[in-house]
Write a protein that binds this ligand. Structure first.
Ligand code: NAP
Ligand code: GLV
Length: 328
């Protein structure tokens, strides 16, 4: 009997999956842990603490300390709790070689992004900011800067990946012509597709709004700058829902103040939280939101993670693996 018990214990140890988990305290780790445990009841899941070097099969993380991952060659994968891989790419050289990094794909973020961007585009298209200002002055006034027709009001979407595709579909449904820009040329119904730096120029010069939903890589850092923003026609509008480092903030501010750019809706900033003294807070033509365009939703994200981890345990490679050579 003792011998059978020993075999059972050894088997259980061999097959029990160990997962280490880390997100900063402000992101409510307990809610994530509970949802992950419900998805992966066969796994032993622990919140990683400094000094924990016990073996693990998988790591699930957002903004992890390097110490958590650096020497863990035994990991089968590192799962990110968000779509952007930029922060993990910054420590890529110090991560255990050959361990795949897997990001969240959509999991409800596509719909949130589409809502955020559509709202900002419609607000600008229908001059609602002007009416808000007029209301503050108790002015009942028709405001007709120039007649706008959707067919002449194209939106450039920089980034045609998982989230860009959702944004594009919603804009098309609303009736806006869309110009898309991506690394590799795309064929998407109803969308004029561009790539490369000449393509970016052509894409911007034909668009009244630019939406940035690119990953942050060395090639895309600072991509929204004076030189690119002046390629937009006078009076164009800027929406950045990707990363703050895509935008040279002073260039945008000067172009807004000079009137070349009519305004902007920004969800992400060079420094987050946006410092209280930052000029964006007080610029009426710039709308600021605190990095909320699309949040990782606990139920949908943990369901996706659970499915990918169960798939890996059954020998199925997950989708959403970050390509270290491309940087996203
Ligand atoms: P994705 O599926 O990887 O799509 C990235 C797109 O960008 C692809 O179309 C890619 O082109 C294109 N791209 C990459 N590098 C390029 C370059 N140098 N030139 C032109 N196009 C380039 O990413 P996603 O899931 O849509 O997410 C995009 C980003 O959104 C994330 O990286 C993250 O930073 C940001 N985000 C922000 C929030 C928020 O709340 N503000 C929330 C979630 C995500 P190919 O198609 O040719 O590869
Ligand atoms: C949020 O910004 C994400 O990358 O998921």
């Amino acid at each position: 009997l003792h011998f059978i018990k020993q075999i059972k214990t050894r088997k259980a140890t061999r097959f029990s999956m160990q997962i280490i988990f880390y997100i900063p305290e402000v992101n409510h780790p307990q809610q994530w842990l509970d949802a992950l445990r419900a998805q992966l009841p066969q796994a032993t899941l622990r919140y990683w603490q400094p000094g924990d070097t016990e073996p693990a099969d998988y790591a699930i993380v957002w903004a992890p300390p390097l110490e958590m991952l650096q020497t863990r060659n035994e990991l089968k994968a590192i799962f990110l709790l968000g779509a952007g891989a930029d922060s993990i790419m910054q420590i890529a050289a110090q991560l255990p070689a050959g361990v795949p990094v897997v990001r969240i794909e959509d999991a409800g973020m596509g719909a949130q992004m589409a809502e955020y961007v559509s709202y900002a585009v419609l607000r600008y298209f229908r001059c609602f900011d002007d009416y808000a200002r007029l209301q503050a002055e108790r002015q009942w006034e028709w405001h007709r800067p120039q007649e706008r027709h959707k067919k002449d009001f194209s939106v450039a979407v920089l980034g045609m990946g998982v989230l860009g595709t959702h944004i594009i579909a919603q804009l098309l449904q609303l009736g806006f012509p869309v110009n898309g820009w991506s690394r590799s040329p795309k064929q998407m119904d109803g969308v004029q597709s561009f790539s490369g730096s000449d393509g970016l120029r052509a894409c911007l010069s034909q668009s009244q709004v630019v939406v940035c939903i690119l990953p942050l890589t060395p090639e895309t850092t600072g991509i929204l700058n004076r030189d690119t923003l002046v390629q937009l026609p006078r009076g164009a509008y800027v929406i950045n829902v990707a990363r703050g480092k895509h935008l040279i903030e002073n260039d945008l501010l000067e172009l807004v103040q000079s009137g070349h750019i009519a305004g902007a809706t920004l969800d992400v900033f060079q420094q987050e939280p946006l410092p209280p003294e930052h000029a964006f807070w007080l610029e009426p033509r710039i709308t600021v939101t605190p990095h909320i365009a699309a949040r990782s939703l606990i139920q949908l994200s943990t369901a996706q993670l659970g499915a990918k981890i169960r798939g890996m345990a059954a020998g199925i490679a997950p989708s959403g693996v970050v390509d270290f050579t491309k940087g996203y």
